[in-house]
Design a protein around this ligand. Structure first.
Ligand code: NAP
Length: 281
C-alpha cells in the first residue's frame, strides 16, 4: 500500500478518535491536531498500542485560536512533503455566546473558521498530496438562522442550536467552495453527516437540548460505527467525481435548499478570508 499521510482534528475523543485509530490500523501516518497535549499523548499511545502503527503524532492546535492553527500548520509544513487526507472533525456546541481569543463567536470559530484557516495554511501540502478533505458536518445544518453579515451573533439573541446549525451549514459551503476552487489542482472535498453518535458532544448544553440528547441516546450509534463513514471517504477508490457533495454515512444525499445558495456560499468564503487576513496566510 502506498504511504498515506492523514491529518485529523478532534481526534482526542468520539468520532475523531475512532477514525484516527481505524486509519492507523490501515497503515496511515496519522497527525492528530489537538488542543490538549496531555490527552492527545494518551490517545496516541492507545492508538499505537492497538494498531501496532508507530506513525502517529500529536501537534498542539486550538481551533479557537488562529495563531495556534498557524503554528500547527507551520510544523506540518516543515515536516511533511504532502498531505493525502485532511479530516476536519473537531467541533462542538456552546450553550452561551462566548468569544474566541480572536473575538469570534465560539461555535463559528471552532466548527468553521478554524478549519478554514487550517486549510488555507496547508494548501501547498494539500495540493502536493492531491488531498481529500473531509469536513464533518451534520443534519443539524437544516436548522439554521443565517445572517451572513452577523456571523458572530453580535446583533441578535444567541441560539446555541441555530449557531451550531449555521456552522454545520458552513461546512457544506466550505466543501463546495473547495471542490470548485481547487478541483483542477487535484484536491477533492466531501462533507459528511456521521450519524447520531453517542459521544461527549453536547455535554455542556443544558435545558431542552440536554433532555433531547438524553432521550435520543439509546438510539445513537457508536463512535466506532460512525467512523466507518469517514474511513470510507478517506480511503474509497473512485469517489473523486462526487467531490463537493454532502454525504450521510457513505451515501451522497441532497442537503437543505439553503446549502445550495451560491451567493451565501461565496460571501462566506470572502468574509472568512477577510477574518484571517492579518495572519498573512
Ligand atoms: N455526535 C454526534 O451525534 C454528531 C452528529 C453530527 C455531527 N457531529 C460532529 O462530529 C464531530 C466530532 O464530534 P463528536 O461527536 O465526536 O464529539 P466529541 O466527542 O465531543 O469530540 C469533539 C472533538 O473536538 C475537539 N475540539 C473541540 N473544541 C476544540 C478546539 N477548540 N480545538 C481543538 N479541538 C477541539 C475535542 O477535543 P477535546 O478532547 O480536547 O475536548 C474532541 O476531540 C463534530 O464536528 C460534531 O459537530 C457529531
Amino acid at each position: 500500500m502506498p504511504f498515506i499521510t492523514t491529518v485529523i482534528t478532534g481526534a482526542t475523543s468520539g468520532i475523531g478518535r475512532e477514525t484516527a485509530l481505524a486509519l492507523a490500523k490501515k497503515g496511515h501516518a496519522v497527525y492528530m491536531l489537538v488542543r490538549n497535549i496531555e490527552k492527545g499523548e494518551e490517545v496516541k499511545e492507545e492508538i499505537i498500542s492497538v494498531s501496532k502503527n508507530k506513525s502517529v503524532y500529536v501537534i498542539h492546535c486550538d481551533l479557537a485560536d488562529l495563531q495556534s492553527i498557524r503554528n500547527a500548520a507551520d510544523i506540518l509544513r516543515s515536516s511533511l512533503l504532502g498531505i493525502n487526507v485532511l479530516i476536519n472533525n473537531g467541533g462542538g456546541i456552546f450553550a452561551k455566546r462566548e468569544e474566541s481569543v480572536n473575538g469570534h463567536e465560539m461555535t463559528f470559530a471552532v466548527n468553521h473558521l478554524g478549519h478554514f484557516m487550517l486549510v488555507q495554511c496547508l494548501l501547498p501540502l494539500l495540493e502536493r498530496g492531491q488531498a481529500r478533505i473531509i469536513n464533518v458536518s451534520s443534519e443539524a445544518h437544516r436548522y439554521t438562522d443565517v445572517k451572513i453579515n452577523d456571523l458572530d451573533w453580535r446583533t441578535r439573541p444567541y441560539s446555541a442550536w441555530k449557531a451550531y446549525g449555521n456552522a454545520k451549514l458552513f461546512n457544506i459551503y466550505f466543501t463546495r467552495s473547495l471542490a470548485t476552487k481547487y478541483g483542477t489542482k487535484g484536491i477533492s472535498a466531501f462533507a459528511v453527516h456521521p450519524g447520531l453518535v453517542n459521544t461527549s458532544f453536547g455535554s455542556e448544553i443544558g435545558g431542552l437540548g440536554k433532555l433531547l440528547l438524553w432521550l435520543t441516546r439509546p438510539f445513537m450509534i457508536t463512535a466506532e460505527t460512525s467512523a466507518l463513514a469517514l474511513v470510507y471517504l478517506a480511503t474509497a477508490q473512485r469517489i473523486d467525481s462526487k467531490s463537493g457533495q454532502y454525504f450521510k454515512g457513505r451515501h451522497p444525499v441532497n442537503p437543505s435548499a439553503k446549502a445550495v445558495d451560491e451567493k451565501c456560499r461565496q460571501k462566506l468564503w470572502d468574509l472568512s478570508l477577510d477574518m484571517i487576513k492579518s495572519f498573512n496566510v
